[in-house]
Design a protein around this ligand. Sequence first.
Ligand code: EPZ
Length: 419
Amino acid sequence: MDKLLITGGQPLAGDIRISGAKNAALPIMAATLLASGRSTIGNVPHLRDVTTMMELLGHVGADLVLDESLRIQIDASNVVGIVAPYDLVKTMRASIVVLGPLLARFGRAIVSLPGGCAIGSRPVNLHLQGLAAMGAEIHVENGYIHATAPRLRGADLMLDLVTVTGTENLMMAATLADGVTTIRNAAREPEVVDLADFLNAMGARVEGAGTDTIHIEGVPELHGAEYRILPDRIETGTYLVAVAMTGGEVRLKDTDPDLLGAVLAKLTEAGAQIETGSDWIRVCMTRGRPHPVDIHTSPYPGFPTDMQAQFTALNCIAEGSATITEAVFENRFMHVSELERMGARVKLEGNTAITSGVARLTGAPLMATDLRASASLVLAALVADGESTIDRIYHIDRGYETIEEKLSQLGARIRRVSH
Ligand code: EPZ
């Protein structure tokens, strides 16, 4: 298993390129199942989760080719399979987004229940309720979702909770349904908008993505399309927080500042200087320790839960106390106990963490538990005195393309060791 060795204390400086968004690439790759034809998708990040999705699409019969400019060509013409097996789904919960496309195109889908993960039970009841409202017959047995619908019909859907992949699954299913579907209380994340834009490039009729009400008029069939994935706002935010913690000056390219307004506001509050252009962000932190910032996670455009762990790490070295409330997932403070082993002072009360910033953290042997918690441990190790080792970094590889190369480019003392 690989480990990361990090020696802290080095300010970051230089330029890095931001990769395409994982959470847009996954549903967009699944959406190619809706058409009998070839799609070409650019700016796909090279991540474990993307590899898993490629395996899953291959498993149901899609032909996948990485072309010379690293775009993924997916031809779903010969897809005949309708099963997403447990051994693939268990490694990546987001596999659930093949349910809507398989059901809409083939009238049947058998998808392993994703099960929970470190950050919560992660139910998919809203996905299933929505598909049932569109006429699907759904039952769960032996840990698999069995869905059947000779022809889905448009429906007026009100989601009890804002769910990103729930919105995505239902939006994709609705593109081939009979009639018009309205999704109310829809997720407004930029990745939902990116998926809607790809679906429309395939010939779908999706309107209102990015608002809380999305209208989809079903069409008889879709065709393949060319598309380029939007930048990863969470990767962007993670590197911005790294600089706010270590000090220094970094420019992030191929990103989009409009995707992370809430995060930029909190970074400014923490004392970082932020400068932006259409596809770049420059962050400069010369003031030593950051100011503490209170965080309350909520669906987009609120503060993203996927940035909570990173800001918890920042608050651990800030000059003062802060309150962090995780209002989206029920168990997303797994990083706190690891940060405490580095000398952080955090009090957990239910879904709230109260941090009292300390001047110095000390390096320690650390264990990654989930994707964004792992990122917060990397950030803490970059500022800690001495060396840290981070084990089980397959969690990090799921969501951060070549993290040690990008950080080394910025002057960090970090390397990967296999053992
Ligand atoms: C997406 O997960 C992201 N994953 C997550 O990113 C992200 O943290 C999350 O949205 C919130 O922004 C992908 O897009 C692949 P939800 P998703 O459905 O869709 C509850 C990362 O780090 N809920 O919006 O699974 C659920 O339990 C990952 O890249 C139900 O109760 O999240 C949670 O409390 C981690 N029933 C809340 O809604 C349902 O049917 C939001 O979950 C669906 C969701």
